[in-house]
Design a protein around this ligand. Structure first.
Ligand code: E4P
Length: 287
């Protein structure tokens, strides 16, 4: 069954969501930690992380901050030695590629994942935006790979100049439809091909973040990789459903997305009606 991780570093959210009985792990990143710290100035980060680890019986991803293989391996060992003894559930998040500018080394993350695999430290390859990156993370022996599907949607929509809110669902079928329309235009094959290539509706053949997850699941299944796919950067319930349909191993979800997965206006209305219709004869049953 698809596991659900909660994508937050907020201890209250983690504890509450874990009490629902359907949460299997936690993912954090430096931005989520920053949000949590902003809410609780002065907290002891070490105690706080220990509390997070204690709060769940499932993997807790903690991210390194360095950019070279050496730094990341050292930080990963530090995180693992310091926090894994608390509850035996630490996974170290390593960016799949740490380059921030052209010309910077590209394979530091992959090398770090490979080294950590050799040392028995579980890793979560993060900032995965392409299936090619996911393939390399799996070859390096990552325990998990996290495609950031929401950010891929943001990238595509920005490229196409589409206005959006962060939580809006992005429909790849619309993008494909736009392509089909181009085919219906009167033009020579060469002109159409040229126009399509320039219109660049996809990200190198990937039409949405959900499409990216599908591609990674297909590749991992084709070769029987052990690396588990964590659909990350999920922004709405529909995306969670669509990655579940393709049998993704895990979806890491913000608190509000998990809530949205349980609500529907007709469920709410149904509750109001059922509650209103409870007759005294039925009440008696429960006395
Ligand atoms: C989890 O592993 C990721 O860090 C997280 O899902 C990123 O989400 P965002 O793109 O909404 O920041």
């Amino acid at each position: 069954c698809m596991q659900i991780f909660i994508d937050t570093a907020d201890l209250n959210e983690i504890r509450e969501a874990y009490s629902w009985g359907i949460v299997d792990g936690v993912t954090t990143n430096p931005s989520l930690i920053k949000k949590a710290v902003d809410r609780r100035p002065g907290l002891s980060m070490r105690d706080y992380i220990r509390d997070i680890c204690r709060s769940v019986e499932g993997p807790v991803s903690l991210e390194v901050k360095g950019v070279s293989t050496e730094q990341m391996v050292q930080e990963a060992e530090m995180l693992y030695e310091r926090f894994n003894p608390v509850n035996g559930n630490v996974v170290v998040k390593v960016p799949v590629c740490t380059a921030m500018e052209d010309g910077q080394p590209l394979f530091e993350g992959i090398r770090a994942i490979k080294t950590l695999e050799g040392r028995g430290i579980p890793t979560n390859a993060t900032l995965v935006m392409t299936a090619e990156q996911a393939l390399m993370a799996a070859k390096a022996g990552a325990t998990y790979a996290s495609p950031f599907l929401g950010r891929v949607d943001d990238y595509l929509r920005t490229k196409l100049d589409i206005a959006f809110d962060k939580s809006d669902y992005y429909d790849p079928l619309c993008a494909r439809h736009l392509e089909e329309q181009t085919w219906e235009e009167e033009a020579s094959g060469a002109e159409l091909y040229d126009r399509l290539m320039r219109s660049d509706i996809s990200d190198n053949g990937i039409y949405s973040g959900v499409d990216l997850v599908d591609s990674i699941v297909t590749i991992y299944d084709a070769y029987g990789f052990d690396t588990q796919v964590i659909a990350a950067s999920v922004r709405n319930a529909r995306q969670a459903r669509e990655v579940a349909e393709m049998g993704v191993d895990i979806a890491t979800l913000p608190y509000h997305v998990i809530e949205d997965m349980l609500t529907h206006p007709k469920t709410l209305e149904g509750m109001q009606l059922f509650t209103r219709d409870v007759v005294p004869e039925y009440e008696e049953l429960f006395e």
